[in-house]
Design a protein around this ligand. Structure first.
Ligand SMILES: CC(C)(COP(=O)(O)OP(=O)(O)OC[C@H]1O[C@@H](n2cnc3c(N)ncnc32)[C@H](O)[C@@H]1OP(=O)(O)O)[C@@H](O)C(=O)NCCC(=O)NCCS
Length: 146
């Protein structure tokens, strides 16, 4: 059985740690703003086991001339479950949620390797690539939904 539901920030670590912060201390899985009231975490469960996570932050990026922006962070699917359509489902679930919150624009900093995944979902790259320490090359990406 498959379901997507809201989870605590702590539960995201179950997937953030092996996939996004492998070999790093567990505290590195905590993001600024994780426990704000305006932040929502989603988990994708298969037979009660969490296999994917994504977090939605209410966060306006000054480079965009749009109100009610939301940032997606911590998108990750456990390795054995990648390339099976679960990431796609989580993003689409987040988009429905963000629309329900009257979001007008979704943006994030995407790892270079994940850019084609996001492009398939209609996100576009903005500006030049940049480096995030210890993680690598990223692109700012966005999609207008309002
Ligand atoms: C990137 C990630 C979130 C994608 O989730 P996923 O469940 O593996 O992707 P899906 O199976 O839903 O893929 C949806 C589509 O994108 C494509 N796709 C997924 N990852 C891709 C990649 N790295 N490069 C090219 N295409 C990709 C799939 O082939 C699929 O295409 P299709 O609809 O034509 O079949 C996941 O692989 C992951 O957690 N990777 C490691 C962590 C990471 O990079 N997170 C993102 C940080 S910004």
């Amino acid at each position: 059985m498959k379901e997507i539901k809201k989870i605590s920030s702590r539960d995201t670590f179950l997937v953030r740690h092996p996939i996004l912060r492998e070999g790093k201390p567990i505290e590195s899985c905590q993001f600024d703003g994780d426990d704000l009231e305006t932040t929502t975490h989603f988990g994708l469960f298969i037979d009660k086991n969490i296999i994917g996570v994504l977090s939605v932050f209410k966060n306006n990026n000054v480079i965009f001339n749009s109100e009610n922006q939301f940032q997606i962070r911590g998108m990750a699917i456990l390795e054995d479950f990648q390339r099976k359509g679960f990431g796609d489902e989580l993003i689409k679930h987040a988009e429905v949620y963000i629309k329900s919150q009257f979001g007008k624009l979704i943006w994030f900093n995407a790892r270079e390797s994940a850019v084609p995944f996001y492009e398939k979902l209609g996100y576009i790259k903005i500006g030049e690539p940049f480096s995030i320490a210890d993680i690598g090359i990223h692109y700012n990406m966005k999609k207008e939904i309002g």
